[in-house]
Structures are given as C-alpha cells and as structure tokens.
Design a protein around this ligand. Structure first.
Ligand code: AMP
Ligand code: MG
Length: 392
C-alpha cells in the first residue's frame, strides 16, 4: 500500500495533456489557453464618448455653444466641429474632430433659441472622453498561456477582435457504475436495493471539472458483462472512471477485468480514509481510475486524484497542491498510518469539521465546502494545527 503523496507523485508523472486545438469563443468556456493572446487592435479603436451629452472644444472662457451636429453610436463619418459649436453625442459615439470634451446632458442648460450652456465646475478639458487604446494597445499582451477562460476573459477576447484561440482540448471521460443493488432515483426500491448516488455525483463532478463529453455506463456484478463494458468504454474515452467492485469481495471483478483489458496498474490501495482500495492504471495515453463504491470514497478520491489529473489534461499547472492551509478548531482523533480526508466548512483562517464523516454517509455534503487532509502519522490532530484544505 502506498501513501497519498506517493499516489499523487505517480499520477503527476503519468498525467497527460490534451491536444492543442483552435476553438471559437463559443466553445472555449472553462478551457485553458495554450498560447499568449495579444490585442489585434487598439481598444477603444477611436476616441469615444462615455456619456450621452454634448461634445465641444472645452475651454474655460467660453461656456455657450451652438449645436451643429448629431452623432450616434456606430456613425463612422468624419465630422468636424467648428470653433464655438458643439455636437449632440451619445455614449460610444466617435468624438468628432474639433472637440475634446463631453458634457453630460444632465449638466447642460438649453436656451429657448437652442443654444447650450454649462456653468458648473465638474468638467475640465478631456472629461468623459474614452481615449483610443485606453483599454488595450494593439499588440499588447492581454491574456497569458495557462489562463482558464471564464465569461470575463471571453468578453475581453471578443473586445480585441480575437475569434479563435488555441486551447487544450478537454478529455472524453466515461464512467462505469457497478453494483447489482443499484436503482435509479425516481424508481421504487425493494429492500436490499439502494439508489445510485455515485452516477449523478460523478457526472456533476466531471462537469464541475470542465469536462464536456461525458459517457455513462452501467454494469452488473458479473465478469463477462463488466468485461464487455470496460472494453467498449476504453475505446470510447480518454479517461475512464469506475465506481465500486474494486475491493476484495467475491463479486468485485473490476481489477481482474481491467487486467484482462491490458490496463497497466499504476497503483492499487492507498493509505487513506475514505477510499483505501482505489486503483489507478494506464493504457497508452488513457488514464483509468477505479474508485471504491462508497459515495464518500468516490467523492474524496475524485477530488484528490481524478480532478487534478483532468485539470492537468486541460492545461492546468500546480493542480496537485492544496487550495488553503487552515487551522482546525477541535482535536480530531484518527487512525495512525492513514491520511484522512474529511468534509469541512471554512470560516476565515479556520476550518470546521462537519458531523457524519462515515464513508456511506452523504449528509455532510449538504453543507460541505471543502475536504481537509489530516496527516498519516498522527493518531490525533490537535486543535490549532494547520491542515491542507481542498475546495469542493
Ligand atoms: P463496493 O465498492 O462495490 O463494494 O461498494 C461499497 C459500498 O458502496 C456498498 O455499500 C455499495 O452498495 C455502495 N455503492 C456502490 N456503488 C454505489 C453507487 N453507485 N451509489 C451509492 N452507493 C454505492
Ligand atoms: Mg459493489
């Protein structure tokens, strides 16, 4: 049996990266840039008005103007405003030649003859003009390789005229749920049956991790049918997860079937709770994770091993590191020799342990925000100790 640290090291050495492909902005939410992005243009590409109001050549001595033009956003014509004149202008419209300032309409008085005037002290030369290049200069670096693309980054890319970006293409991930006792939620249960909670949970965990192509499979606890499904799922996916059937029970056939499918074992069994009998393997570039069936084991093993492997595939860096180091607020007894992962709730620089940590018990997930890691060597981790914390 290996330690958590050894398991992570082996996986880090065996993790793969997705191929670099060019995608349109509509396809790259949650993906990671595989290139630096430089602005194609100055943004804004022309001086424009920040307000609905009037544009003029502002100077303190003259406070009255005649309106000679109306300029709408999107008007591309070359307009010249003569000295002593002003243009009616709207937000985003091009600042016409001969002007340097916009006075918002709320600050302007209009005489009966139609002249406009301003006698306040809030405006100075250049007010309310968004200058060319004030967001991004042409050819300047706007996003760096390794950046995960969210809504804001996608908006920024569009603003500088970028339509296609190189990203790491996400993996196709399949998961096989095993167990004769499982029924789908929404159907009645007979005594002896339980609901399949791992299936919906794994699908959600994969989506949260940025996976877009997900295929789910169900297998009974019988060798022949499990073998068929494993063989099929291995041809259809880049990463394969299994839930259940990896322990030492008489109907746990996953390891044997993976072996028959020529999956090379990276490790089997980790000194951890929950999730001791976890298996990881590889076939060519494909990664295979067999997770013990208890829902808390599936969840904890996913967060610790599967999620970082997926993030690495997606182009992430520092994926194996904890998100925080926080202080526990009570003594926590544990089994020495085993790393414990427990559900917690963050509070400033502290983390609170939630009730109901048994591996079959999902109730603590109602409020869990993170997993805290208690080091293998301790038999108790005392209040005030700082521990590694992983966000959910
Ligand atoms: P196994 O690893 O197959 O021995 O399963 C360990 C425990 O997890 C057993 O109590 C199973 O009934 C339970 N279990 C297995 N798969 C699921 C699942 N998909 N949803 C909920 N519980 C499961
Ligand atoms: Mg089982």
């Amino acid at each position: 049996m290996i330690s958590v640290e050894q398991a992570k090291k082996i996986l880090a050495e065996n993790s793969e990266r997705g191929e670099i492909t060019e995608k349109s902005l509509g396809e790259c939410l949650g993906l990671t840039l595989a290139e630096n992005i430089y602005s194609l243009i100055d943004v804004p590409s022309f001086d424009n008005s920040a307000m609905d109001g009037y544009a003029m050549n502002f100077d303190e001595s003259n406070r009255t103007w005649e309106v000679s033009n109306i300029i709408q956003a999107g008007d591309t014509s070359e307009i010249n405003i003569a000295p002593g004149k002003a243009a009616r202008i709207f937000t985003g419209a091009k600042i016409p030649k001969g002007t340097n300032t916009v006075i918002p309409q709320e600050l302007i008085a209009i005489s009966e003859e139609g002249q406009i005037s301003y006698d306040g002290d809030k405006i100075s030369t250049g007010s309310n003009v968004r200058l060319k290049g004030s967001q991004s200069k042409k050819n300047s670096l706007i996003l760096e390789k390794g950046q995960v693309l969210g809504a804001g980054q996608i908006g920024l890319l569009a603003s500088v005229g970028v339509a296609l970006v190189k990203v790491f293409s996400p993996p196709k991930v399949g998961f096989i749920v095993t167990g004769n006792e499982l029924k789908e939620p929404g159907t009645p249960l007979k005594e002896g049956e339980i609901y399949n909670s791992n299936g919906p949970m794994l699908e959600a965990l994969l989506k949260e991790s940025g996976v877009k192509q997900i295929q789910s499979y169900r297998a009974a606890d019988d060798k022949e049918s499990l073998q068929k499904i494993i063989d099929q799922a291995l041809t259809e996916n880049d990463i394969l997860l299994l839930s259940g059937g990896i322990s030492v029970g008489d109907y746990d056939f996953v390891k044997e079937c993976l072996n028959t499918a020529k999956v090379k074992e990276l490790f089997y069994k980790i000194k951890q709770r929950p999730g001791k009998p976890m298996f990881a393997g590889k076939k060519e570039r494909k990664l295979i994770f067999a997770l013990p069936g208890n829902p808390a084991s599936v969840h904890s093993c996913f967060i610790q091993y599967v999620r970082p492997s997926i993030k690495h595939w997606l182009g992430g860096t520092a994926v194996w590191e904890a998100d925080h180091t926080l202080e526990i607020i009570e003594d926590i007894p544990k089994k020495p020799g085993f790393t414990h992962f427990m559900k917690g709730k963050k509070n400033g620089n502290q983390v609170e342990l939630l009730k109901g940590q048994q591996s079959f018990n999902l109730q603590a997930f109602a409020t869990a925000e993170c997993l805290l890691e208690l080091p293998a060597e301790n038999s108790v981790v005392t209040a005030g100790t700082k521990v590694k914390v992983y966000d959910l």
